[in-house]
Design a protein around this ligand. Structure first.
Ligand SMILES: NC(=O)CC[C@H](N)C(=O)O
Length: 228
């Protein structure tokens, strides 16, 4: 499997993502936001950062980048598409995932380690984990509060599309462990088809002991298990 890691103006987690793919033994390449042909890739990763300075809203300008037509095409064809942090914001702005990422309830940029519970371990992104497994991952965002209207939220929960939920170290879900005020403690979701993932925590920053943890590696190893 070969992955494209898209570099938008203002991306800052692109090289971390590339490193994570390499640690998992996957082929990945950086591609510019101006790329209009991703046909040589099997999947695409939209990294975190501050694309276009987060002007208007995070992701609101990046969704118009030339590469996004190809991202949509890959998503429609069922290829894995992953958006982390700013990448998640871009996927919601582009309409590839429902809902929105609003300003954190505390109105602060929050950079710390949190725990998330794996709610679905049967997806191309999570099959190296167990359902209910608790991961320790870093977050670093000012606008990570997941919001969706009540009907959408009910659908997401009913269809099992919440993939990661903020929790305590033992998997306890409570507002005390919700770092940004996300509805239902949602940290990551998938689309209906299960091939487009958006998440606020950074798995690519937790793939080696030297980074302080390896709990994010499972996401990349899961993709490596995928047979194309
Ligand atoms: N690390 C990131 O991707 C930051 C996301 C976004 N720019 C925010 O602060 O909400």
């Amino acid at each position: 499997m070969r992955f494209a890691v898209v570099q938008f103006p203002g991306s800052n987690c692109d090289r971390d993502a590339l490193f994570a793919f390499q640690v998992a033994g996957l082929k990945a390449e950086l591609v510019p936001h101006t790329e209009t042909d991703l046909s040589r890739f099997d999947g695409v990763f939209l990294p975190g950062g501050f694309t276009y300075g987060d002007y208007l809203r995070p992701g609101a300008l990046a969704k118009f980048a030339p590469v996004m037509g190809e991202v949509e095409r890959l998503a429609r064809r069922g290829h894995p598409v992953i958006g982390v942090c700013n990448g998640f914001q871009i996927l919601t702005e582009a309409g590839l995932l429902p809902g929105a990422l609003l300003a954190n309830l505390n109105l602060h940029f929050t950079c710390k380690e949190v725990h998330v519970r794996v709610e679905r371990a049967d997806l191309p992104f999570t099959r190296a984990y167990r359902q209910g497994q608790v991961l320790r991952l870093p977050i670093a965002h000012a606008e990570g509060r997941y919001y969706a209207d009540p009907e959408t939220l009910e659908r997401l929960e009913g269809e099992g599309r919440v993939v990661f939920r903020y929790s305590g170290p033992k998997g306890e879900v409570s507002e005390a462990y919700n770092p940004n005020g996300s509805l239902n403690g949602i940290a990551g979701i998938v689309n209906e088809r299960g091939n487009v993932l958006g998440m606020m925590p950074h798995p690519e920053r937790a793939v080696h002991e030297v980074l302080g943890g390896t709990d994010g590696l499972g996401l990349f190893l899961s993709l490596a298990m995928e047979v194309v």
